[in-house]
Structure formats: C-alpha cells, structure tokens
Design a protein around this ligand. Structure first.
Ligand code: CAA
Length: 259
C-alpha cells in the first residue's frame, strides 16, 4: 500500500499489524490524506486473515495533535459539508478487529478522538490528552463530545470540552478513559503485549465480543442483551469454540484458527 503520511507494517509481529502516524514535524496533525490512508490501511488489515490485532501509534512527542488546522482554517460550512471528512471516520469505526492505541505525547482534538476509536488504549506517562477545539473557535467533530462523555462522565467531559484543558495519562487512567500508563520507553511494548494476548485468542470470538461491547453504547439494556446473546450463539458456529473448550478440558493451550 502506497502511503505518504503513515507507515503500515502488516506483519509487525505474528498476527499483529502496526500503523504509525508519520507527520512528525506537524505533530501528526490529521490532514484529509492522512485520515484517508488510515481508513484504507484499516480496511486492508481488517480483510487480511493473518492479522488479528492492529496497533495505531504516533511517536514519542505526539500521537496526534488534532485535525489539521491549517487545512481547515479557510473553509466554509459548505466546503466542510462537501468534503465530508467524517465519512472516513465512519469507515474507521467499522473496523471489526481489535484496535490498540499506543499513545505518547499529545493526543488532542481529532487525535484524542482517533485514540477513542481504539478498543484498548496504552499511554506513556508523558501523554497529554484533550479536546482543545474550543480554543480555536470550534468544538469536537469526530465524536469527542459523545465518546469522551461516555468514557469519563459529564463533569470531566464538560471541563475538557468547554475549557480545552489537557489531562495527564494518570488522570485519564483514573477517569476510565485509558487502560494503562507506562514509562515512555515502554508504551509501544505494552501495546504489543496487549496485541499478543488478543492475537492468541479466537479471532471470531474477539470480533463478536468487540461488536457486542460497542453495541452497549447504542442500545437499551434489553436490546444489548439480545444482541449479546445472538453473538454468543454465533460463537458456537466456529471451530474455535470447539478448539477452545476441548483444549480447556484436555489441559492444553488452544490453537485458534479463526474459523
Ligand atoms: N494542525 C496543524 N498543524 C499543527 C497542529 C494542528 N492541529 N498542531 C500542531 N501543528 C503544527 C504547528 O503549527 C507547528 O508547525 P510550524 O512549525 O510549521 O509552525 C508544529 O506542528 C509544531 O507545533 P507547535 O510549534 O505549536 O508545538 P508546541 O510544542 O509549541 O505546542 C501543541 C504543541 C500544544 C500541541 C500545539 O501545537 C497545539 O495547540 N496544537 C493544536 C491543538 C488543537 O487545537 N487540536 C485540535 C484541532 S481541531 C480538531 O481536531 C477538530 C476535530 O475534532 C476533528
């Protein structure tokens, strides 16, 4: 895959792919092309049977400092409507395989929103997380007001969205926004460890479980329970269910095929 602003490594490790955002001078500001490349890479990796977990990372200084302000500054509302940048995000949202964010430095605006599209989030102690759009006369547009509020609750979400304040990785951990904080030299290693754990499991069950958890944000309890039950039953259509349960009974490690 030809890319200018991201580096895609489909076999970073066995069953693990890595997408690195790579506009370091601009702190990985998410211009339209970069986001299009992320969308296309995710689509490709989601369809690649060798891949069972996908890590998205930036560099030590920045995961991503938000949507590209220079690209947006002169636009009108109708330009924005016609550009329809969020259809790219809608596609990213459809990724079925687990996404792990390995975050260091700034995760701001669209950067925070991209991070929140991931299923597991590992951050370095140096991470600074925020939705500072309000400071440039706009507001979050790629899900920040919704995903942040669902993750951390109204009080902190309001404070972050209305004042634009950044929070530290430790604060994000305490608020339930991220999964783990580690010293900066370990954030990618830790993300890889999560990916290894997921890659050793049944890809079918992992996909169905991810879908069910995400469905909790869009449904009533009864609808969500119904959805969960269907996915639970569907697991029994897989060879992996037989392998997983037999391996348990036979006291051996399961070898999941994704079938
Ligand atoms: N868009 C475009 N360029 C950006 C950028 C962004 N979001 N963030 C940083 N850059 C560029 C800077 O313009 C600068 O480029 P030049 O060297 O050409 O001037 C370079 O990256 C380095 O940035 P700074 O010199 O500002 O670095 P700093 O360490 O002094 O400050 C920062 C770092 C606090 C992250 C600061 O860059 C900043 O506030 N960035 C903007 C953050 C922001 O407002 N993000 C939200 C964007 S809107 C959005 O995301 C909408 C949405 O919901 C989809």
């Amino acid at each position: 895959m030809q890319t200018e602003f991201i580096i895609v490594t489909p076999q970073f490790e066995k069953h693990i792919a890595l997408i690195q955002l790579n506009r370091p001078k601009e702190l990985n500001a998410l211009n339209l092309q970069l986001m299009g490349e992320v969308r296309d890479a995710l689509k490709m990796l989601d369809n690649d049977d060798h891949v069972r977990a996908i890590i998205i990372t930036g560099n030590e200084k920045a995961f991503a400092a938000g949507a590209d302000i220079k690209q947006m500054a002169g636009k009108t509302a109708i330009d924005m409507l016609n550009i329809d940048q969020f259809s790219t995000w809608d596609q990213i949202k459809k990724t079925k395989k687990p996404l792990i964010a390995a975050v260091s430095g700034f995760a701001l605006g669209g950067g925070c929103e991209l991070m929140m599209h991931c299923d597991i989030i590992v951050a370095s102690e140096t991470a600074r997380i925020g939705q500072p759009e309000i400071k440039i006369g706009v507001m979050p547009g790629a899900g920040g007001t919704q995903r942040l509020t669902r993750a951390v609750g109204k009080a902190l979400a309001m404070e972050m969205v209305l004042t634009g304040k950044f929070i530290t990785a430790e604060e994000a951990l305490r608020a339930g926004l991220i999964n783990k904080v580690v010293p900066v030299e370990f954030y990618l290693k830790e993300a890889v460890q999560y990916a290894q754990q997921l890659a050793a499991l049944s890809p079918v069950a992992v996909k169905l479980a991810k879908e069910a958890v995400l469905n909790a944000f869009n449904s009533s309890l009864d609808e969500g329970l119904h959805f969960e039950r269907k996915n639970f039953y569907l697991c029994f259509a897989s060879e992996d269910q037989k392998e997983g349960m037999n391996a348990f009974i036979e006291k051996r490690t399961a070898q999941f095929s994704g079938k």
